[in-house]
Design a protein around this ligand. Sequence first.
Ligand code: FE2
Length: 191
Amino acid sequence: MAIKPVHQKIFEKAKPFLRTRKNLIHTRIALRYALKLLKSEKGEEGVVIPAIILHDVGWKVIPEHLHLTAFGPNPSNPKLTKVHELEGAKIAKAILEKIHYPPKKLKEICQIIRGHDSRGRPLSWNDRIVKDSDKLWRYSRRGMAIDLGRFQIPRREYLVFLEAIIDHWFLTPTGKEIARKEILLRKKDRP
Ligand SMILES: [Fe+2]
């Protein structure tokens, strides 16, 4: 994966926090989409890449058996979403400070993480790219397989839902385009 050495360093430091549930694979896939989006959407690599790498580190402080109560089609404990955002921003700050990351970028990265799921309106183009990369995971082959197992939804029903929500969910034209392409591929996948 073509990321800068400084970002690889951040990833290495994030890994211990991502080894919970399926967050490491989720982050790798979201990172791949972020790199793709940065090719055609105007965003700053120095903000977007660390933000996507670090956005979910906060789940580590929440017991694993509670994760699925916080998200998905019927969350019973949505407050945990906020907890993982706030804790994640704290962990991200500590990681970035340790490697002397530029303070202005650090501040923006932490702002993005603090509301990456709960904030309806994006703060910036950087934030839009992070949000779209995170959601595109659901459209990837691996992400869809994992989510179908978690949410216990019939595959066909989930495909209809994901296709219908593209315009509402995605905040960048490239995000929408990639989501549409992925849906076509998923329809061809062998379930
Ligand atoms: Fe995420």
